[in-house]
Design a protein around this ligand. Structure first.
Ligand code: COA
Length: 259
């Protein structure tokens, strides 16, 4: 697939999406958000893809937010539609059956922090910065930031970051539980790949079930415990489960299916 604002590549079953507007610190204009949605729905159907990395071009910005220049002149209805469209695409990342890791290589502000939070896991380079500074623009987060930051770091600090617009360092993000690892800039993508390589050795069916069941905890009106039981049942009916259990008993490595 050819995109205007994304670079994509597939290597060893890992699909990397690089947001590529470095002169704007990879700010998300409407087209870029749409292209991320297209890339995700494309790889969901691609059996060759076993894991996804989302990162930004250059070493300064992951994504410095929604493109503020596109806000000017929007009517409230257009603003609402923009937030809804972004939320839908970010939910498609969160609900992707294949693991998605954000390689946060610099500023992850506003929509950039929200994009990283929509991914299943986050690795940050030492220079990365996180924040929801929309309040400085007279706005609030619109791509799920008020909902997901609370999930990761709790209400006390989420409230502080959203209300003050404060920006935090990668180490602070690690301490708060917003990111999984902090690395040097050089080691950022290798670390993302290492994590996905490890997940690749597991049953894709089980990985998908775990994602669905954990996401259910945060879905209003969905009984997460019931979802877990249902996904557990699905695993039991899978060839991967038979293979995984047999391999353990036979003291050998499992040979899981490719999805
Ligand atoms: N939307 C549109 N353009 C953006 C942008 C955004 N969210 N973030 C950065 N850019 C652009 C700048 O306008 C500038 O473009 P120009 O060279 O054509 O003027 C370019 O990216 C580089 O940014 P600059 O501000 O010069 O870099 P800096 O190192 O001085 O500051 C930031 C970096 C991230 C602190 C600063 O760009 C910033 O505050 N960005 C907005 C963050 C934000 O509020 N995000 C939430 C949006 S809802």
């Amino acid at each position: 697939m050819i995109f205007q604002n994304l670079l994509t590549k597939i290597e060893n079953g890992i699909f990397t999406i690089t947001v590529n507007r470095p002169d704007k610190l990879n700010a998300l204009n409407k087209l870029t958000v749409q292209e991320i949605g297209q890339a995700i729905s494309h790889v969901k159907e691609n059996a060759e893809v076993q894991g996804i990395i989302i990162t930004g071009s250059g070493t300064k910005g992951f994504v410095a937010g929604a493109d503020i220049s596109e806000f000017i002149g929007l009517t409230p209805e257009q603003g609402k539609a923009m937030a809804q469209a972004g939320q839908d695409i970010f939910k498609s990342i969160e609900n992707c059956s294949k693991p998605v890791v954000a390689g946060v290589n610099g500023f992850a502000l506003g929509g950039g922090c929200e994009l990283a939070m929509a991914c299943h896991l986050r690795v940050a380079s030492e220079n990365a910065k996180f924040g929801q500074p929309e309040v400085n623009l007279g706005l609030i987060a619109g791509y799920g930031g008020t909902q997901r930051l609370i999930q990761y770091i709790g209400k006390t600090k989420a409230m502080e970051l959203h209300l003050t617009g404060d920006v935090i360092t990668a180490d602070q993000a690690l301490e708060l539980g917003l990111v999984n690892y902090v690395t040097t800039q050089d080691q950022l993508l290798p670390k993302c790949i290492e994590i996905l390589e490890k997940i690749k050795t597991k049953s894709p069916k089980a990985v998908e079930g775990a994602i669905i069941a954990m996401n259910a905890f945060f879905s209003h009106g969905v009984d997460g415990f019931k979802t877990e039981v249902n996904e557990f049942e699905k695993c039991f009916s899978s060839a991967d489960f038979k293979e995984g259990a047999s391999a353990f008993l036979e003291k050998r490595k499992p040979n899981f299916s490719q999805k």
